[in-house]
Design a protein around this ligand. Structure first.
Ligand SMILES: NCc1[nH]cc(CCC(=O)O)c1CC(=O)O
Length: 309
C-alpha cells in the first residue's frame, strides 16, 4: 500500500455522536488499509435550522447533504447512522460497508427503571415506535414528544422537566453518557428501529476501488441483519418515523428476524418472527412484511397507502 497517497476524506456531521463514530471508523480503516483518513465536518441545513429540519422532513436531510458532498467529490465517503438512511437507494451512491454493529437496544435514562417510575410519569421521546412500545409496557405513562440531540434530551431529565427519556444505547455509548442509563430494554420489551446501532459507509458508485477499501471494515453478519430489517421497513412503506421495530441477528448460523408494528396507543400489536440463511436476508424481510400486511399492519400504522411491490 503506498504511503504517499492523500488521506481519504471522511464526511461526517459535526455532533459529538457523529464525530465519535466517524473517528472509530477512520481508525479501523487506517488499521486495515494503512491509509490515512481525515474527518471533514459538514454543517448541514438541518444542523443550522431546527425549523428547516422539521420542514424538510426529519433526519433524512442530514443524510442527503452528506451524500451531496460525496457526489461532488468534496469528500471521498460519508459515515451515517444506518437507521437514519431512507430505505430507497440513492442515485450514484453505494453502501460500501456496514461495520460490526454496536448494541442495538433502546435504553431508559433517568433515576429509576421503568417498573419503578411513578404512575403517570413523564417520559420523553420523539419516536412513534418508542411511544407505542412504551405505552404497551406502561399505559399510564405520559409520553412527551421531544427533539434535539441526546445531550439536550438527557438535560430535560436532569432539570426535572421529565422523569426519563428513551435513547439508543449505542448512541449513549458513543457520547460517553452510559451513566445516565437506568435500564436497557430487552428486544422482547422494545424492538429497536431497523438498523439501530449500526453504521453505514457510503461512497460514489463509480469508485469501485474505493468501495473495496471501505469494504475492509464491512461485517457480513451485520450487513445481512440490517438488510432484513430495512426490507421490512421498505415493504411496510414506513419512513424513519413510523412505529416499526425490526431486529435480526445470527444464532447458530441462521438469521433470526423479528418485526412489529404497534398502534400509537400501545394497545394493539402485530409481531412476527422468521429465520433463514443470511444470503436470503432480503427475502426474509420481504416475506415477513407481507405476512404483517396480511394481518392488518397497514391499519395498525394508521391509514396509509401501500404500493404493491
Ligand atoms: N435519529 C437519531 C439517531 N440516529 C442514530 C442514533 C443512535 C445511534 C444508532 O442507533 O446507531 C440516534 C439517537 C437515538 O435514537 O437515540
Amino acid at each position: 500500500m503506498s504511503t504517499d497517497r492523500a488521506p481519504l476524506r471522511l464526511g461526517t456531521r459535526k455532533s459529538l455522536m457523529a464525530t465519535t463514530q466517524s473517528q472509530l471508523v477512520a481508525d479501523a480503516l487506517s488499521q486495515r488499509t494503512g491509509l490515512a483518513v481525515e474527518l471533514v465536518g459538514v454543517t448541514t441545513q438541518g444542523d443550522v435550522s431546527k425549523a428547516l429540519l422539521a420542514q424538510m422532513g426529519g433526519t433524512g436531510v442530514f443524510v442527503s447533504e452528506l451524500r451531496d458532498r460525496v457526489l461532488s467529490g468534496e469528500v471521498d465517503f460519508a459515515v451515517h447512522s444506518l437507521k437514519d438512511l431512507p430505505t430507497g437507494a440513492a442515485e450514484g451512491i453505494t453502501l460500501a460497508a456496514t461495520p460490526r454493529r454496536d448494541d442495538p437496544r433502546d435504553a431508559l435514562c433517568g433515576p429509576a427503571k421503568l417498573a419503578d417510575l411513578p404512575r403517570g410519569a413523564r417520559v420523553g421521546t420523539g419516536s412513534p415506535r418508542r411511544v407505542a412500545q412504551l405505552l404497551a409496557l406502561r399505559p399510564d405513562l405520559e409520553v412527551v414528544p421531544i427533539r434535539g440531540n441526546a445531550d439536550t434530551r438527557l438535560g430535560k431529565v436532569t432539570s426535572g422537566e421529565l422523569d426519563a427519556v428513551v435513547l439508543a444505547y449505542a448512541g449513549l455509548t458513543r457520547i460517553g453518557r452510559l451513566e445516565a442509563v437506568a435500564e436497557v430494554f430487552e428486544t422482547e420489551q422494545m424492538l429497536p428501529a431497523p438498523g439501530q446501532g449500526s453504521l453505514a459507509l457510503e461512497c460514489r458508485s463509480d469508485r469501485p476501488e474505493l468501495a473495496g477499501l471501505l469494504g475492509t471494515v464491512d461485517d457480513a453478519a451485520t450487513r445481512a441483519a440490517v438488510l432484513a430489517e430495512r426490507t421490512v421497513l421498505a415493504v411496510l412503506e414506513a419512513g424513519c418515523s413510523a412505529p416499526v421495530g425490526a431486529y435480526a441477528a445470527e444464532r447458530e448460523q441462521e438469521l433470526h428476524l423479528t418485526a412489529n408494528v404497534v398502534s400509537s396507543d400501545g394497545t394493539r400489536q402485530i409481531r412476527l418472527s422468521a429465520r433463514g440463511h443470511r444470503d436470503e436476508a432480503e427475502r426474509l424481510g420481504r416475506d415477513l412484511a407481507h405476512r404483517m400486511l396480511g394481518l392488518g399492519a397497514d391499519q395498525l400504522m394508521g391509514e396509509r397507502t401501500i404500493e404493491p411491490r
